[in-house]
Design a protein around this ligand. Sequence first.
Ligand code: ADP
Ligand code: MG
Length: 675
Amino acid sequence: MALNDNIQYLKGVGPKRAELLKKLDIETVGDLIYHLPRNYLDLTSPVAIADAVLDETNVIFGRVVSKLAPARIRKGMTIYRLVFTDGVDDMSVVIYNSEFMFKAFEVGCDYILCGKVTGNMTSREMSSPIVIKASANDKILPIYPLTEGINQNYLRTCIKKALEQLNNESFETLGEDDLRRICLMPLDEALKEIHFPKNKELAVKARRRLAFDELLTLQLAMHEMRSNRRTQTGYKMQAHSIDAYYRALPFKLTGAQSRAIFECLSDMCQNAPMNRLVLGDVGSGKTAVAAACCYFAYLNGTQSVLMAPTEILAQQHYDTLCKFLLPLGVKVALLTGSLTAKNKRVLKEGIALGEYNVIVGTHALLQQSTEFNDLGLVITDEQHRFGVEQRAALEKKGKNPHRLVMSATPIPRTLALMIYGELDISLLDELPGGRKKIETYAVTGKLRKRAFAFIKDRLNEGRQAYIVCPAIEENETVNIKSVKEYADKISAEDFKDFSVGLLHGQMPASKKDEVMRRFKNGEIDVLVSTTVIEVGVDVPNAAVMLVEDADRFGLSQLHQLRGRVGRGEYQSYCILVTDNVSDASKQRLRVLSSTSDGFKISEADLELRGPGDFFGSAQHGLPKLKIADIAADSDVLKLAQSVAGEINSRGLLDLPQYSKLKERVHRLFSGEITG
Ligand code: ADP
Ligand code: MG
């Protein structure tokens, strides 16, 4: 039996089960072995029936006393019962519909059962337990992700068989020297221990090895994507001075901006297309960098396109680019879904004929009917909102155009390498000077009225405010204030003299844009919103950000929210309301009051809560990981990055001893990540 053998030829599988296993992405014997437990059941310390915790999963050791007659309660539903004793008390074991399982029990034999116990003090019942013959050796049981028709026992048996039969084929991807140096468990051992660990420590070590492999493979695959792009030929641009652009800007660039622009222009003068991420905090001035690149592309006679995730952001970029570039003779167009059909057609004709040099837009840019004359530069803003496919669709409209991705989410470097490993990175780690620090306070709900009074004072001075509430659509757990009710309430009470607007994720995009526009124009004083307020929306008159239930958000997310204010000349404030007074919560919020450096905050966030929280739950753009957990395994990530770096810099992947590793990289490369 070999790794790449079709799973149906493993004893006990066959074509029917193979179809079912396919749903778990198991097609080969190797896939089966890499179907890892999501958890373990510890059977080493069973409890007495009398001590079982009701309504929870318990492990109970005992003997089958008797089997009762099956009860057919309706067509297709039979209930089987047996009486089970731990020597002191009895309990009833209920099995639904599985005659097979019922028959497998033998009266007088000992078993370990694991399942939810229900009932009361005098009568207890366990239904659909996991069953082990008590003589079995495995006392730590793997729990696998399942699909219909495939149960735990079955998977366990198959995996055990597969591991036995593969005894002479090795999975190992690293050399012995490597393993010793980085102190990791050999892969073959790890694969056995992860399924059937002798003890918990070994399970942990095994998982660590597999997490390392996963991260290493990913790093290497990303590196490969990057190298592949380096072998393409793009628009090799000629050096031109962009001094005119610098002179036309209404401000002096920060050092970080100048550096980023220099890096971009150098990239664009190479044979291979640029492949760069500009990573900068909100307000770090990414647009000015993008505009410089557009101008450079213009001087080189090619078109640039800038795609933003929403109309309002596209409009904002359009305004900025017009301001910076029109005086230099660059023609800028705005293409969005809300144009009339006729205007859209005319504009598209103009774009195709090359009458415009820079085209700003939304997803409308991706439509097939949008054609460019000579597209040399593709810029996407707020990248985590766009799928890789969308980026690729836009780039296909040119011939290997230069790629510039802008992300407003400062993240720790290790994570940046992980998420954007296929891109070169320019950091904008410096905010333009002259900004006032945003005063940040954490308060309990008791002080809400005072906070509202404070906001009213600011509104009377002519400012505007945001109030952000956690919302149902972004959080599966219930028990959250309904944003709508909240808005109605404050509109009728505290803010009855002001205009209160509402923005949430269930509104259609056009409605959202409309509300944002009215806020931008000052028609709305207080905007109550879920976290959908656009990253990057610039309303310089907004001076207060109040966040309800601040504890529900990750630090990076709070930082992003705070970044909506303090964008103009006015002193701005961020009020974090939370009734969680635990030390952990206080410590978290203190990070925010003490620094405005997004990179520092993201490091703290990663340590405290893990990566899932960076961008709210949905759009974090992290590659799908099956094993590794970036927060918990950050040391493994660093290790994998350093090993990947060494393998890449010395070109080791082509050596025979790494052929297995190389094969895994290619498999990942062809399957899971594209672009
Ligand atoms: P972001 O990086 O969040 O996209 P923007 O490009 O929207 O930031 O810039 C934020 C604001 O700062 C804009 O109003 C922009 O004109 C201004 N800005 C950008 N660079 C500088 C600078 N070097 N000095 C002063 N203001 C700047
Ligand atoms: Mg921006």
